[in-house]
Ligand binder design. Structure first.
Ligand code: FAD
Ligand code: NAP
Length: 547
């Protein structure tokens, strides 16, 4: 199917021609804009929100903060930027990260090329013109040589498939669309559905304010203590003095967070030595999200090895939570630790020792409906003044499949991904020329410190675009063979781990009807970068370049 470009848009405005359209103004879209502009391209960014920051614009729930250390979860592309910005604590809060995003937007004068409060509805490849036609919900039509999807892995939030939400008479809030002015729960009875990272961060904060908090848990999660703290004097200066080496270590690491490689399997250590390692990962105030799982080589490949760490965490939960029944309900038992994203908590388990906090185990008494007054399980109706939904996202593919994206001959991306995402390097898709995805499925993305992965992708994509421009080429497009072999490689690497044994959003299991496929690339940030660099060095091996 070919599509002829209309000369005027439905609003009567002329079709605007740009070199590149970038969708999204989170950390991916902002850096993409900066790079492409530096390369002399005309760029239009569209962003649904009324400001920059993406994730950190939308997720304003109480307790929201990063769980990668601040000095690692920041851009490294400009030494002046990383030297001038002052972080205040180990794990920055959402407001602090949003201030940083705004600082970046101001510093590089990004806003003049970002149109806010605009949703891109479709991007359609015009086979004749060999350009993308991009349409927005404001009726604008643009013609662009390149389209970059920087629309986020965790940007399409999900309300639960529970009947009756519309009948609830009080207010309800999704963690990913929290009101800007905040919510005062003082004196209120609050119910929260979900126990993923967003809930684990918000529950202690809401519990401290509300009169009463009831947590509805379907699956318990493993959470390690944050030990968050303000930086001691001199710490930041010392880190900054070694930033280049530190950043380089992150780029070549497995997860985008520097960590000494494990030397042996968990069962090769005796139980006492193993316990000492786990204790360190648990108690060290400078610990990171990855320490526990990175302690041994086989934590994510050998169930028995994995069990040793899982049991260690369950023991800690039983130690902290005073009521044995609540403690047992909070202990994850039916999936290996690390195969659902590990959470980082501040007083999460301790919060269940408060008199005003109650846990409802939905495994025992399933949720039936949301009613006018609250929530009904198979056992009873709970009455609430307000409800919080911490029910997650249509992760990794949601932002892409909810848009109408059509490549050659009208092929719809959603159709092409009917049985799960298919891409080359997680960046490009066969039959979708001149289209790039930042931290797409089948790249390390959500299995890494995403700032490291974002920078790597943005730099690789902008280099590829520069190559096309400098060589006077019309198109760059992944071959079906390269795509097929990357899909196979992903499946092979993913299936060699314990990940597919869990019902996680990594597997698409949290969205009804979504194909059950392990979506992120588990081969490691460093090795993945090497592969991408090798592809570029071989004049974009696996891509067809048409002049
Ligand atoms: P996003 O920040 O999601 O930005 C994408 C933007 O695209 C959004 O603003 C969205 O509105 C816009 N958009 C989407 N579709 C359209 C459309 N059709 N038209 C116009 N605009 C559109 N990662 C870590 O590494 N460490 C962490 O500690 C961490 N914590 C997180 C905490 C939360 C609560 C969440 C939800 C995610 C967290 N992440 C974390 C992952 C986080 O998403 C990434 O780190 C990073 O912020 C993603 O940046 P991005 O620009 O790629 O995507
Ligand atoms: P999530 O991890 O997907 O958690 C959603 C929760 O809602 C799960 O406990 C899920 O239970 C529950 N749920 C969904 N539908 C339900 C239903 N119908 N009935 C009952 N329970 C239901 O989402 P999230 O907590 O927003 O986190 C998503 C990701 O964002 C994280 O994994 C992480 O990558 C990132 N994040 C990071 C941080 C951070 O610490 N920096 C904070 C927040 C988010 P099931 O497990 O049974 O499906």
């Amino acid at each position: 199917m070919t599509q002829t470009l209309p000369e005027i848009s439905p609003t009567g405005a002329a079709v605007r021609t740009v070199d590149a359209v970038v969708i999204g103004a989170g950390f991916s879209g902002m850096y993409m804009l900066h790079r492409l502009r530096q390369q002399g391209l005309t760029v239009q960014v569209f962003e649904l929100a009324d400001g920059v920051g993406g994730t950190w614009h939308w997720n304003r729930y109480p307790g929201a903060r990063c769980d990668v250390r601040s000095m690692e979860y920041s851009y490294s592309f400009d030494p002046d930027l990383e030297q001038e910005w002052q972080w205040s604590e180990k794990y920055p809060t959402q407001p602090e990260i949003l201030r940083y995003a705004n600082h970046v937007a101001d510093r590089y004068d990004l806003r003049r090329d970002i149109q806010f409060e605009t949703r891109v509805e479709s991007t359609v490849w015009d086979d004749e013109a060999e350009r993308w036609t991009v349409r927005t919900d404001r009726g604008e039509v643009l013609s662009a040589k390149f389209v970059v999807h920087a629309s986020g892995c965790l940007s399409i939030y999900k309300t639960p498939e529970i009947p009756g939400l519309e009948s609830f008479s009080g207010p309800w809030y999704h963690t990913a669309r929290w009101p800007r002015e905040g919510v005062d729960f003082s004196g209120q009875r609050v119910g929260i559905i979900g126990t993923g990272s967003s809930a684990i961060q918000s529950i202690p904060v809401i519990a401290a304010q509300a009169a009463d908090l009831t947590v509805f848990q379907r699956t318990p999660n493993f959470a390690v203590p944050a030990h968050n703290h303000e930086f001691p004097p001199g710490y930041q200066e010392e880190m900054k003095a070694h930033y280049p080496e530190f950043r380089q270590d992150a780029r070549t690491s497995m997860l985008g967070i520097p960590h000494p490689p494990a030397e042996k399997g968990a069962l090769e250590d005796d139980p006492e030595a193993r316990r000492r390692r786990y204790e360190k990962a648990w108690h060290d105030k400078d610990n990171t999200l990855v320490d526990l799982m990175a302690a041994y080589t086989d934590m994510l490949t050998d169930k028995e090895a994995n069990d040793t760490a899982a049991e260690f965490v369950r023991e800690r939960i039983r130690e902290i939570v005073k009521d044995p029944e609540t403690a047992e309900a909070l202990c994850p038992k039916d999936y290996p630790i690390g195969t659902k994203r590990i959470c980082v908590h501040t007083d999460y388990y301790e919060t269940y020792n408060r008199d005003n906090v109650h846990l409802v185990d939905l495994r025992k008494t399933p949720l039936v409906e949301i009613t006018r007054d609250g929530v009904r399980t198979t056992e009873q109706e709970f009455r609430f003044d307000a409800l919080v939904l911490a029910t997650g996202f249509d992760a990794q593919t949601g932002a892409l499949t909810s848009m109408d994206i059509r490549g050659r001959a009208g092929l719809q991306l959603k159709e092409h991904w009917d049985e799960g995402p298919r891409s080359y390097l997680g960046i490009a898709v066969a039959n979708f020329p001149n289209m790039f995805i930042i931290t797409g499925p089948q790249s390390p993305s959500v299995l890494s410190n995403m700032m490291v992965s974002i920078e790597q992708h943005v730099e690789w994509v902008s280099d590829a675009i520069q190559y096309v421009q400098e060589h006077d080429l019309r198109t760059i497009e992944a071959t079906p063979e390269a795509e097929e072999s990357w899909v196979e490689h992903n499946a092979e690497v993913g299936n060699s781990t314990l990940f597919p044994t869990a019902n996680s959003w990594y597997m698409g299991s949290n969205v009804e009807g979504k194909p059950r496929v392990f979506m992120p690339y588990i081969g490691g940030v460093g090795p993945y970068r090497e592969r991408c660099d090798e592809v570029a060095a071989k004049d974009y091996e696996g891509f067809v370049l048409a002049g």
